[in-house]
Ligand binder design. Structure first.
Ligand code: PMP
Length: 417
């Protein structure tokens, strides 16, 4: 049987490749929360396509909808045309997600990925307000294209731009530990004409910073941020690319804080099947776009609309998934707390919300060592944070309790190894 050797990536692919370094094998098949490589080794997946597979790999219900669509020669391109698949998605999103939550947003398809959504949000905020400055937070991650990189906090990633990333200003994110209140600081700087900080167009924020190390903003802090924005006529952009689609429990991660952002970015799990898809939502009165002002070839992948619609119907017409996510979250927290307590040498800290969890390791390099050891034992788990100091857990939300506990036990063994 002819197979693919891992050398092919070393030989032909740019050094920029990354996940193959964390998980050095050639993956081949995947189902629900399992992956298999070409040698037949099975792995439990606590990474879920970097949060793009909240409903697991090849989810049976979504797969059937996709196969049926393809068998009828459904349209497969991603042009911004009127299609049945797109119309059905828009109706389902309105009826299942927006209306029951009392939310009124226009929907825009900005391009295939999360960074496209962020770019469109930044452009729209600047166009609406006529202002240029955007405020972001330390350790934020919003994407790798120039606009989204300009609001990303990671110095190493910013350097890749090769030019100064301007018109942005970053303040400390909420944290119970750093002792600096970013919102109070921002308020003071905006009041002080000597600070040099112009009134911004928008503030962009994640409710939980995924790439930044699973830093969890308190609900109170998020509410204070909304209050600041309202008082100063600053637009609030909520980047729910990673924490949306149920990762923290509710469909939108900001629901728990009782806030209503002006603009919302969604991607990753919105297609439900790992297919590229992104949405930008904004208050209807912000719809100042002129036709064609933000276009592109892949602005709405039709097969992704099909799986996305099916995912909304399957998982968001009742509370079940949200309840299970919260329950699984407590199981994850219990296991991680046990690891940290039984191993003081880790100097570990546990934090998270819903099923986005992190275990910070106080010893440099240790989180990566644990991730490697877990891979050797059949668990895919990534690290995050500026120094890759956090073991980051993003299991599919649909994982069963047996799979979840098996994965957590492997993690515990790996930490103790
Ligand atoms: N925003 C957030 C919060 C993200 O986590 C990511 C991806 N990790 C992005 C934006 C960028 O999305 P993409 O990689 O699809 O461009």
């Amino acid at each position: 049987v002819q197979t693919v050797s891992i050398d092919v990536f070393d030989r032909y692919e740019s050094d920029v490749r990354s996940y193959i370094r964390s998980f050095p094998t050639v993956f081949h098949r995947a189902k629900d929360y399992h992956l298999w490589d070409v040698d037949g080794t099975m792995y439990i997946d606590f990474f879920a396509g970097a949060g793009a597979l909240n409903y697991g790999h090849n989810n049976e219900v979504l797969k059937r909808a996709l196969l049926e669509y393809l068998s009828e020669d459904g349209i497969t391109h991603g042009l911004d045309m009127g299609t049945k698949a797109k119309g059905e998605f828009l109706e389902a999103f309105q009826q299942i997600i927006l209306e029951p939550r009392g939310l009124s947003y226009k929907v825009m398809f900005p391009g295939p990925t999360g960074t496209n959504s962020v770019e469109s949000a930044l452009k729209l905020a600047r166009k609406v307000t006529g202002r240029s400055t955007i405020i972001s937070f330390t350790n934020a991650f919003h994407g790798m294209t120039l606009g989204s990189l300009s609001v990303t906090g990671n110095r190493f990633k910013r350097k890749g731009a090769g030019i100064p990333l301007s018109n942005t200003f970053s303040v400390p994110y909420d944290s119970q530990e750093n002792g600096i209140d970013g919102i109070a600081l921002l308020r003071r700087m905006l009041d002080d004409s000597g600070s040099g900080l112009d009134l911004p167009a928008a503030i962009i924020v994640e409710t939980v910073q995924g790439e930044g190390g699973i830093n969890v903003a308190s609900l109170k802090w998020l509410k204070q941020l909304e209050t600041l924005c309202r008082a100063r006529d600053i637009l609030l952009i909520l980047d729910d690319v990673q924490m949306g689609c149920g990762r923290t429990g509710p469909f939108f991660s900001f629901e728990s804080a009782g806030i209503t952002p002006d603009i919302v970015c969604l991607s990753k799990s919105i297609s439900g099947y790992g297919l590229p898809m992104a949405l930008t939502l904004f208050r209807p009165e912000l719809d100042v776009w002129n036709p064609g002002e933000h276009n592109g070839t892949f602005r709405g992948h039709n097969p992704a609309f099909v799986t996305g619609t099916q995912a909304l119907k399957q998982y968001w017409t009742n509370q079940k998934l949200t309840d299970q996510t919260e329950q699984h979250g407590r199981t994850i927290e219990g296991y991680l707390s046990d690891i940290v307590e039984s191993m003081p040498t880790l100097r570990g800290k546990v934090r998270g919300r819903g099923m986005a969890y992190g275990m910070e390791c106080g010893v440099p390099g240790l989180a990566e060592e644990i991730s490697h050891a877990a891979f050797e034992r059949g668990l895919i788990v990534e690290t995050s944070g500026a120094q890759s100091e956090v073991v980051k857990l993003l299991p599919p939300l649909t994982i069963d309790e047996v799979g979840l506990k098996r994965g957590l036990s492997i993690l515990a063994d790996s930490a103790k190894a």
